[in-house]
Design a protein around this ligand. Structure first.
Ligand code: G6Q
Length: 537
């Protein structure tokens, strides 16, 4: 078990500091310092980042920054941006930041500037998206495309789905977008049941072009198309691919002229701003897509240049370490007060949990501390009527991220005021709670009083922005990406591999021939053998 982190002086100081502060209520922290709500916030890039409602004082922050310095965070940030092969288990650079590097900038991978290639793909995407949006691109029978179906899974699905939902306000409403990911045939069947093949374009999105779910769905899609259009030549007008694997794309029968590439230095869960975002670009148009990329880039520059004390992803990452490793928190709630962000928590689940759900360090040593938290959440106010009860009065400590926008994209009278009032009120209630005295003063009878007491002292961050725009979405996503990296550096793990996912990709392959009875003899444990037997019957 490695002790490099836990033996460091920053960690040890935090351990003893934790003993001093662990029982201090947020209420007293605010009482002691009337300027706390003003001091513990950062306003940058149009983000109002309030981190005052946390169980921290100035010393906590100082020690967390000290830990970050001891772990070499500044150098590690520089290594990522400069294209060093920091994904050591896969011997790859990690350069999703190059996907949003402005034209004319230089990012070298093995001595080659990748920025011109990135922009060349973006231009091809823009031209293709323009042709679909204008109706210039025709299906095989001469009709314009009205339906776009993205077929992909994991990193090749969650980003596109999230971005489509998040930016629907900006989307072409005469185009229908569907997303098929699951190997469950119902996913495909429901996605296409009301679509006409003549007007449907499939985007097969797969970095490797070998993922069984995606390839199975893509083959089913081809059959669905050809059942109606018959001539295999129709495939060329109705299928495009997004992949790094030109050979497999060609083998599938998609003309590689209709392939949009990306690179092995883009991890699946970090790829929604690469060609994997083709469906997003068709939906919102190239101009908005470029605005989104600019938002990502602004946050990258902030992460790279802002001092830790004003660095939003660094502070968020360190607060996560504080709760996970010192308070023993196991989960983190993300609570967007914007209905368009309904898929944002699901997107973040992959980003955070696949990245930092690791049990060994980069050196292959077992970690001796907790790593990645479970991320979860739902939009407010819906969540308030279900699981918030446990956050307020349950026995687990669940730090919350509230995300809100001042201006609604659909400004119906009162709605936005009520929505924001709820968000602000929740953070206040979680932090300050309601004491027994306050409850009694309300005239609550003694027998009910304990049930109505709120301990408070439940930490939250509030991220407030003007409006949900493509640029602001880009900033938010990059914020979480860089927060994840910050935590990965502190924990000393590799946030860029995913051996657990790779395992899933091979496990089922063994059982498939057994279910199909091509392999009769079962050599699993008795439970697994019986389950296979039950299915065969
Ligand atoms: C992401 C993961 C994983 C991956 C999917 C799809 O970081 O590696 O979610 O994106 O398994 O892989 P393909 O794009 O290769 O089909």
């Amino acid at each position: 078990m490695t002790t490099e982190l836990t033996k460091s002086s920053g960690w040890k100081s935090l351990e003893s500091h934790f003993q001093e502060i662990k029982n201090t209520p947020i209420r007293s922290l605010f009482n002691e310092d009337k300027t706390r709500g003003t001091r513990l916030r950062v306003e940058d890039l149009g983000i109002y980042f309030d981190y005052s409602k946390h169980r921290i004082n100035d010393k906590t922050l100082e020690l967390l920054f000290q830990l970050a310095r001891e772990r070499g965070l500044a150098d590690k940030i520089a290594s990522m941006f400069s294209g060093e092969k920091i994904n050591t288990t896969e011997n790859r650079a990690v350069l999703h930041t190059a996907l949003r590097a402005p034209r004319g900038s230089v990012v070298l991978v093995d001595g080659v500037n990748v920025v011109p290639e990135v922009h060349a793909v973006l231009e091809r995407m823009a031209s293709f998206a323009g042709n679909i949006r204008s109706g210039e691109w025709k299906g095989y029978t001469g009709k314009p495309i009205r339906n776009i179906v993205n077929i992909g899974i994991g990193g090749s699905d969650l980003g596109p789905v999230m971005a489509y939902e998040a930016l629907k306000f900006y989307a072409r409403r005469n185009l229908t977008f569907r997303f098929v990911s699951n190997i469950d045939g119902s996913d495909f069947a429901e996605a296409v049941r009301d679509l006409s093949p003549e007007e449907t374009l499939f985007i097969v999105s797969s970095k490797t072009f070998t993922t069984i779910e995606t390839m199975t769905n893509a083959r089913t899609a081809r059959k669905w198309l050809l059942d109606k259009l018959v001539n295999p030549k129709a495939v060329a007008s109705h299928f495009v691919a997004v992949s790094t694997n030109a050979k497999e794309v060609g083998n599938f029968g998609i003309d590689t002229h209709n392939m949009f590439g990306f690179w092995d230095w883009v991890g699946g869960r970090y790829s929604m701003d690469s060609a994997i975002g083709l469906s997003t670009m068709i939906a919102i148009g190239p101009g908005h897509f470029y605005e989104m990329l600019d938002g990502f880039h602004q946050m990258d520059e902030h992460f790279r240049n802002a001092p830790f004390e004003r660095n939003i992803p660094v502070i968020m990452g360190l607060l996560g370490i504080w709760y996970i490793d010192f308070f023993g928190a196991q989960t983190q709630a993300v609570l967007p007060y914007d209905n368009y962000l309904k898929r944002f928590p699901a997107y973040l689940q992959q980003l955070t949990m696949e990245s930092n759900g690791k049990h060994v360090t980069l050196d292959g040593e077992l970690v001796g501390y907790a790593t990645g938290a479970v991320y979860w959440g739902e939009p407010g106010t819906n969540g308030q009527h279900s699981f918030y009860q446990l956050i307020h009065q349950g026995t687990s400590l669940i730090p919350c991220d509230f995300i809100g926008f001042k201006t609604s994209l659909n400004p119906l009278p009162l709605h936005q005021d009520y929505l924001m009032a709820n968000m602000i009120a929740q953070g206040e209630a979680l932090a300050f709670g309601k004491t027994a005295e306050e409850v009694k003063a309300e005239g609550v009878p003694d027998n009910l009083a304990p049930h109505k007491v709120f301990e408070g002292n439940r930490p939250s961050t509030t991220l407030f922005m003007e409006k949900l725009t493509p640029g602001n979405l880009g900033k938010l996503i990059a914020l979480y990406e860089q927060m994840v990296y910050t935590q990965g550096v502190i924990w000393g793990v590799n946030p860029f591999d995913q051996m657990g996912v790779e395992l899933g990709k091979v496990l089922a392959m063994k059982i498939i021939p057994e279910l199909l009875e091509k392999e009769k003899l079962l050599r699993h444990d008795s439970s697994t053998n019986n389950l296979i037997g039950y299915y065969r019957e």
